[in-house]
Ligand binder design. Structure first.
Ligand code: DQA
Length: 144
């Protein structure tokens, strides 16, 4: 049986590689997707990978995961700090969740220090650069 994990990326992460490379590195979101698939395949995991600049679209994918996925990795980006709908959707689907932040949000502006998503995540990886995503795939595999 194929097990699928959902990997979601919030607003502006489509610009990875060109967006503030001092904070987010020079790799692109396509690189991240490729790396995640490479780590997931030997674990027997399929990857469903998405990015959106729209909160409702992210919520729709989370809701669909009830039927389609065994766990979720999410970098909610700026919505981490503002959205109630995303953590509510994650609570509703009741799957293991790993939250990823590329940068160390605690070493940045104070408005980034709180994420509404962290309370519903099984674990949070933050500040380890793009490697955080592949570490999250391994961690999620332990949880599912
Ligand atoms: C981010 C951190 C957020 O504060 C920011 O809004 C992002 C990216 C990160 O991956 O470090 O867009 O989630």
């Amino acid at each position: 049986m194929t097990r699928t994990i959902l990997i979601l990326n919030g607003p502006n992460l489509n610009l990875l590689g060109m967006r503030e490379p001092n904070l987010y590195g020079s790799g692109t979101l396509e690189d991240v997707e490729k790396d995640c698939r490479q780590v997931a395949a030997p674990l027997g995991l399929e990857v469903d990978f998405h990015q959106s600049n729209h909160e409702g679209e992210l919520i729709g994918w989370i809701q669909d995961a009830r039927e389609n996925a065994v766990g979720i990795i999410i970098n909610p980006a700026a919505y981490s700090h503002t959205s109630i709908g995303i953590p509510d959707a994650l609570r509703a689907v009741d799957l293991p969740v790993i939250e990823v932040h590329i940068s160390n949000i605690f070493a940045r502006e104070s408005f980034r220090h709180h994420s509404h998503v962290s309370a519903v995540a099984n674990g949070v990886i933050c500040g380890l650069g793009l490697a955080g995503y592949t570490l999250a795939v391994s961690a999620l595999n332990e949880l599912i």
